[in-house]
Write a protein that binds this ligand. Structure first.
Ligand code: ATP
Ligand code: MG
Length: 200
């Protein structure tokens, strides 16, 4: 039994999941000595809704679940899907804090998301309950001023992987390969469920 578990929460739309997400997750777990990192699949990614069609949450969860496989210390969570409604990290960290009293919680974000935190709902509640972990992501500048805003902050450095779900959806739609950018089991889910196809 973990006494005071150190839990990383890595939220995303994961539409689809790719190796950029997974490399960030496993390196954060290693560098910060976390017991586990939870890939938290957003139910309704409220900041993306309306901008484009987001794949059904169950399809995105299945891609994440199969991509994670049995990698030690990594897991896929359906907490936000099961909670329903828009997915706010404030609610998720509160739920983890209640489920695991005394646990140390770490919210993991890439540079792009780290620069947009001001738009989050009830940001102060996230800051009270969790530390923030920033992972480098090419194509976007590092976030500034986070310590000044009162965050307990860590930076994890990973190999720069210029991969995005946006580009992968475009690849899939034009028949270009996703292999090695997306883990094989998740590619199979995409094929079986005809996700991202022009016709489908
Ligand atoms: P989209 O293009 O649809 O926004 P995405 O590739 O940005 O997809 P998200 O699900 O939006 O993926 O991102 C989830 C989290 O993963 C965010 O914190 C994001 O910054 C981080 N992330 C995504 N891709 C990378 C990458 N290549 N390297 C480091 N972090 C990444
Ligand atoms: Mg994104």
């Amino acid at each position: 039994m973990e006494m005071t578990p150190r839990i990383g929460i890595f939220g995303g739309t994961f539409d689809p999941i790719h190796v950029g997400h997974l490399v960030a997750a496993v390196n954060t777990r290693h560098d910060l000595d976390l017991d586990r990192v939870v890939m938290m699949v957003a139910n309704v990614p409220w900041q993306k809704a309306g901008e484009r069609k987001v794949s059904p949450a169950e399809d995105r969860f299945e891609m994440v679940r199969t991509a994670v496989g049995d990698v030690e210390g990594l897991e896929a969570s359906r907490m936000e899907i099961d909670r329903g409604g828009p997915s706010y990290t404030a609610d998720t960290v509160a739920q983890y804090a209640a489920l695991h009293p005394g646990a140390e919680l770490f919210v993991i974000v890439g540079w792009d998301v780290g620069s947009e935190l001001q738009s989050w709902e009830r940001l102060d509640e996230v800051r009270d309950l969790a530390s923030l972990v920033i992972v480098n992501r090419p194509g976007t500048p590092p976030p500034a001023g986070l310590r000044r805003q009162g965050w307990r902050l860590s930076q994890v450095t990973v190999p720069n992987l210029e991969i995005s779900s946006t580009d992968l959806r475009a690849r899939a739609a034009t028949g270009r390969p996703l292999d090695y950018l997306v883990p094989g089991p998740a590619v199979r889910v995409i094929r079986e469920r005809s996700l991202y196809s022009v016709s489908g």
